[in-house]
Design a binder for this molecule. Structure first.
Ligand code: AP5
Ligand code: MG
Ligand code: ZN
Length: 221
């Protein structure tokens, strides 16, 4: 009998390292990386209606409305490459999103297996946000101090050009943090009550965070 799909959520405030760790964990887990922010940026790059709508919210550091976000992510999860499940990054971010995901998974007899909550102090988050650089072609993430590419401005993986996200200014990062505290933080309790939450200290070098995440994954799955 086919094994039932596995769903793992990477949670944490802006710039806590969700994307960085997901890049490494997707192979360990053998799951597709589904990041709502990346999906919005992909749509924006391709100038779709969805992308242009999302940009208005993203530039301010606000959340894109639930109906649009939920529909986009559930559609992504229904694709062939998510047949074994997914490593979710940046979704769910509101209680309504968490409930919609739960209902959609339950419809096919599935559920969330594990929620990994990466914890990092605010001061550290601001320096991570403002120093981040991303590859225009493959989306890989770098940092001007903490994860430097071999050649400045060039992606190690694909040679693509590195750029700074429009919402990676200090002012927008502070707004994103406010939004996180008001709308996303309550999900920590939500998943803790369900017994699926593991807290991870994200305030240490990237490799050490990866090791801690792997330990939590091995213990839970
Ligand atoms: P999204 O793209 O999800 O942004 P975010 O949550 O703010 O998270 P980030 O991508 O900024 O950070 P990350 O945790 O992935 O960190 P990273 O690994 O890059 O969302 C953007 C916007 O889209 C939202 O504001 C909203 O408008 C919209 N949106 C997205 N999802 C939505 C949803 N579900 N509902 C509604 N709206 C939604 O690391 C950051 C930097 O730090 C990098 O430079 C990295 O190299 C460095 N770094 C990582 N780990 C370490 C470490 N351990 N030590 C030192 N440096 C590190
Ligand atoms: Mg990210
Ligand atoms: Zn690249």
């Amino acid at each position: 009998m086919a094994q039932s799909p596995t769903y793992v959520i990477l949670m944490g405030p802006p710039a806590s390292g969700k994307g960085t760790q997901a890049e490494r964990l997707q192979d360990v887990l053998g799951l597709s990386h589904v990041a709502s922010g990346d999906l919005f940026r992909y749509n924006l790059k391709n100038e779709t209606e969805l992308g242009l709508k999302a940009k208005v919210y993203m530039d301010k550091g606000d959340l894109v409305p639930d109906d649009v976000t939920i529909a986009m992510v559930l559609d992504r999860l229904s694709r062939e490459d998510c047949a074994k499940g997914a490593l979710l990054d940046g979704f769910p971010r509101t209680l309504a999103q968490a409930e919609a995901l739960e209902v959609a998974l339950a419809d096919s007899g599935n559920s969330i297996n594990l929620v990994l909550n990466i914890q990092v102090p605010t001061k550290e988050l601001i320096s991570r946000v403002t120093g981040r650089r991303l590859c225009r072609d493959c989306g890989a993430s770098y940092h001007i101090k903490f994860k430097r590419p071999k050649e400045e401005g060039v992606c190690d993986k694909c040679g693509g050009e590195l750029y700074q996200r429009d919402d990676d200014t200090e002012a927008t990062a502070r707004r994103r943090l406010e939004v996180y505290n008001a709308q996303t933080k309550p999900l920590i309790n939500y998943y803790s009550r369900k017994g699926s939450l593991a807290n991870i200290d994200g305030n240490r070098p990237i490799d050490e965070v990866t090791d801690a995440l792997k330990v939590a994954i091995t213990a839970a799955l």
